[in-house]
Structures are given as C-alpha cells and as structure tokens.
Design a protein around this ligand. Sequence first.
Ligand SMILES: [Zn+2]
Length: 201
Amino acid sequence: MNAIPPLLDSYGALHCPEFDASNSEHVESIITLYRAYLLEEFERTKEWPDGVPIGEPLKTIMMEIEGETIGFASVDVVRYAVELAYIIPAYRRRGITRAVLKNWRDACPHTLQVKGPISPSARSLCDSLGIPETSQPEEEVAARERLHAEAYATVAAQCRHRHGHPGRPCQQCCRKHLSRTADVVVRMHVNTVTAGALHAL
Ligand SMILES: [Zn+2]
C-alpha cells in the first residue's frame, strides 16, 4: 500500500488526508461524494457508472478546504492506475484534480495510468499530464457488463412505474438504486475493515 506515498499535505488551503474507515466524518463524506459522482455520471452518460471510492487495492484521499470535504480521489496501487477522482462542482476548474494527479504521477514508481472509460474533460486533463488510459482486458469489460446487467435487472424487478420504453431501464429507479449503491458499497468496505480491526485486538 505504500507504493505511492502520502501526498499533498497542502496545496494552498487544500488538505488531503488518507481516507480513514474509523473516522465517521470521512465515511459520511465519502458516501455523499460517491453518490453525487454516481448520479452525475449517470446523468451524463445514461450508463451505469464505473469505479469505486474505497477498498483493496485502492488508496483513497479526501480533499478538504477549510474543514469542508470537497472531493476525493482513489488510486489502484497494484496496477498504478487512477480509479476515481471527484470534486463537487463549486470547486472545479481550480486545478485541484490536476495537482493531485500530477503529484501521484510524479511519485508513482511506474507509469501512472487512469482507468477508463473517462469523461472528455478528464481525458484532456490526463492527456496534458501524460497519464494514459489503461487498456481494458476483455474479461474486465465482460465483468463490468455483467455487473451493469445485474444492476439493470435489479432495477427492472423493483420498478413499479409505468413507462413507454420497454427494454429501457427506468431512469427514476436507476437513480434510486445508484443512491443506495453509494451507501452499500462504502458501508460494506467500512464494516470489513472495522471487523478486521476488532479481530486484530
Ligand atoms: Zn421505475
């Protein structure tokens, strides 16, 4: 886990502590931010979004400005690839993500990559920093498609709305499911870590 060292103690007023599963403020913040990411991505692409904020083999940092958590970023320290980076809209276009990625890129013992698919703005940022998109092995693409299909099946099974597009997942229920997903994914990981810590005692 220490392949990429702790970074960015400060960037102006920006502080980037590592995500701490025993810190309830971190947990609540990352659920809120991850939920915002999922809903925003779904709105943008109309596809089930990819990427998780925390969990092995990820290293995750919180981005804080004057005590407010404004974003997070996670990097896969086995594949040396950025998993997710999200900042709330009010703090975008200030070079914060650029600073974080640049720092990770410079500290990375191998070529830092970014996991796709990525948004057009993320692509131009990564291009300018010389951070290539990872090639995606067929089995990963297949696994992702399976996950998406399962999610859509769950949504379809629970949906009680009438809508005019049979075969197209209900957008309202997708949003509801994504919102729940944020909570489930984060708490599942946090519970695993906490159980591990108790066991270690
Ligand atoms: Zn529905």
